[in-house]
Design a binder for this molecule. Structure first.
Ligand SMILES: Nc1ncnc2c1ncn2[C@@H]1O[C@H](COP(=O)(O)OP(=O)(O)OP(=O)(O)O)[C@@H](O)[C@H]1O
Length: 296
């Protein structure tokens, strides 16, 4: 299995503050990866490290099987959070520039996308709305025909319809061109709609990463008579717990069947899983168990 992104003990410090800590990840290629986490979790830092725009303070990072940055850049499409474009260049100029700079540039894809979006090729990028500028930057990223497309909150500036269409486009591109995608988002609904792999980053640490189907098949809500989570069997990893006087509700991860008849067991949605991991901070006790990695 080839790897889109591999990080080993990766960390990044700005001054005295860690933006990313001890990040170890192995993201397979050919997947659409949703990177989610609250503001300031370290998502942009991880994405910028993966394109070599930042250098690690600790550890290492590989994309598509080689160290980030350098020659790998020709295989990567990257759209940064602020969707950078050249304010004085027109939409058409951006496409020309894309064609000159990228050997695998797909002109018909770029033209068709600009036309479908209703962008005026003569309009200067500086005069586009935030959402239109994001669409232009995304078009450049996709038309480069990269092996790996890295998008930092790509749909944040788009209206709901444009967001849905963009995510649909993206999924089609993945199927057609064996593309790998890593996108960060605050919206679990976007991840649910378009991604098949999840990475949750909280407080500069990876809390969970894995295939979404597998995550959904191994996480449960248990409701039953009040019970201390510390008394749970070792193969049932407690992610969150809440208690009333008489009742406990636990969100757990396990690969084994739950046999205890005292529990009422229900499935979790992706949002339940994400929120459960987001609710944990690195300062909260985590039973000294390792960060979870769930892969097929
Ligand atoms: N250039 C910088 N100098 C100093 N601190 C920075 C810099 N860039 C980011 N940080 C800090 O690093 C931490 C992680 O920031 P990062 O932008 O990676 O988070 P994020 O998860 O992408 O957040 P958001 O969802 O708000 O975009 C934050 O505490 C942020 O303040």
């Amino acid at each position: 299995m080839t790897t889109a992104l591999r990080a080993q003990g990766l960390g990044k410090k700005y001054g005295r503050r860690w933006a990313l800590t001890d990040c170890t990840l192995d993201v397979p290629s050919g997947r659409v990866v949703g990177l989610v986490g609250p503001n300031g979790a370290g998502k942009s830092t991880l994405l910028n490290l993966s394109v070599g725009m930042l250098t690690p303070t600790t550890g290492g990072i590989e994309v598509l099987g080689a160290p980030a940055g350098g020659e790998q850049l020709s295989k990567i499409g990257f759209v940064a959070q602020d969707t950078p474009t050249y304010a004085r260049l027109s939409v058409a100029d951006h496409l020309k520039l894309g064609a000159r700079l990228n050997p695998r540039w797909d002109d018909s894809l770029a033209e068709a996308r600009i036309q479908r979006l209703g962008l005026d090729p003569k309009q200067r990028a500086g005069k586009l709305s935030g959402g239109q500028r994001a669409q232009l930057a995304l078009t450049l990223g996709v038309a480069k025909r990269p092996e790996l497309l890295i998008l930092d909150e790509p749909v944040a500036a788009l209206d709901p319809l444009a967001r849905r269409e963009f995510l649909q486009d993206l999924m089609e591109a993945v199927t057609e061109h064996e593309l790998s995608v890593i996108l960060s988002s605050h919206l679990v609904s976007d991840v649910e709609r378009s991604c098949d792999y999840l990475v949750v980053l909280v407080d500069s640490r990876v809390q969970v990463s894995g295939d979404i189907e597998t995550l959904l098949a191994t996480h449960y809500r248990l409701t039953g008579p009040r019970r201390d989570e510390k008394s749970m069997p070792p193969n049932q990893y407690v992610i969150s717990a809440s208690h009333t006087d008489r009742q406990s509700t636990l969100l757990i991860r396990t690969d084994e069947p739950i046999l205890d008849p005292a529990w009422t067991v229900s499935q979790l949605t992706l949002e339940d899983v994400v929120l459960a991991y987001m609710g944990r901070s690195s300062s909260a006790p985590q039973n000294n168990r390792p960060v979870l990695e769930v892969q097929r």
